[in-house]
Design a protein around this ligand. Structure first.
Ligand SMILES: Nc1ncnc2c1ncn2[C@@H]1O[C@H](COP(=O)(O)OP(=O)(O)OP(=O)(O)O)[C@@H](O)[C@H]1O
Length: 281
């Protein structure tokens, strides 16, 4: 597995006469973990879909190690990019073991079966995601969190250098959230991950990019980006930022009665310039 560099250059997506993503430019360096955060509907999943080719952007280019993703064959891009997405289907009644093995599809030809190394790879991914005990179960019988861990195992065995994940902690209990995010720190992986939990994002990401209404409004280290001003301006929530006592990562403490969305003008005023809230992409 060779880790890769991802470049989004001026990516735009329009649908139904609306701009869902606006000229998004962002680079994820080899081995880097970059988090994409933002309010509901801000365009995070749409941007990610352009990277795993579920969606063709209206404008702009996705670069994978300097190559235009749109010019690659599906097999080639599937060897480079693995996705754990909201639409990762489990509607077919495979067993867990079979579904995980499907992650190897981009590496196989015709009816070729897995070799010994690949079978060991699948077993190891299932062990790391704590689903080995479910190997013979039908995926349709799994709980939400079990299914999410199986899909993560499938993405890992794809051995792509770039892993993109859309809210991977969905349905997971806190132990499995911490375990899964820990796997993203694998030095062999380049990662772009959509997360709603800003504290987990601060813990796992080298840099965080913030989307608001389809536009990138801040990018930088968690410490640069996750300020009380940004959280108020973009999410409309009052939060106190404190350093994690062990790691120094910024951690947000929320005030529950302060979640009313601010008026648009407040958002705009708090937004400032991208430079004032982290470096430009
Ligand atoms: N095919 C489409 N046609 C029209 N609008 C769309 C389409 N797909 C997505 N949208 C809209 O685009 C906006 C961005 O959606 P997207 O799923 O990217 O947001 P998100 O930031 O991932 O949100 P969430 O945090 O709720 O998952 C939303 O308002 C959504 O309703």
């Amino acid at each position: 597995m060779t880790r890769v560099t991802l470049g989004l250059e001026e990516i735009s997506v329009e649908a139904g006469g609306r701009a869902l993503v606006r000229a998004l430019s962002l680079t994820v360096g080899a081995g880097e973990v970059v988090g994409l955060v933002g309010p509901n509907g801000s365009g995070k999943s749409t941007a990610l879909r352009c990277v795993y080719r579920a969606l063709r952007p209206t404008g702009g280019t996705v670069w994978l190690d300097g190559r235009d993703l749109a010019g690659m064959s599906p097999r080639e891009s599937a060897r480079g990019v693995a996705a754990l997405s909201q639409e990762s289907g489990t509607e077919l009644d495979f067993t867990v073991e079979e579904l995980v093995a499907l992650g190897r599809t981009p590496h196989l030809w015709g009816n070729q079966s897995l070799n010994e190394r690949e079978r060991a790879l699948c077993a190891e991914a299932m062990r790391r995601l704590d689903v080995s005990h479910l190997a013979d179960r039908g995926v349709l019988t799994l709980s939400g969190g079990e299914r999410q861990r199986v899909l993560a195992a499938r993405a890992l065995v794809q051995e792509a250098g770039l892993l993109v994940l859309d809210e991977p902690t969905n349905h997971l209990d806190i132990r499995h959230q911490v375990a899964l995010l820990g796997l993203l720190r694998d030095p062999g992986l380049t990662v772009l991950v959509v997360l709603h939990d800003l504290n987990l994002a601060a813990a796992v990401c080298d840099r965080i990019a913030v989307l608001e209404a389809g536009a990138l409004v801040a990018v930088g280290t968690p410490r640069e980006v996750l300020t009380e001003e940004l959280v108020a301006g973009v999410f409309g929530v009052e939060a106190t930022v404190v350093p994690h006592p062990l790691t120094g990562d910024p951690q947000l403490l929320y005030t529950l009665n302060s979640s009313a969305a601010p008026a648009e003008s407040t958002v705009e005023a708090a937004r400032g310039t991208p430079e004032s809230r982290g470096s430009r992409p």
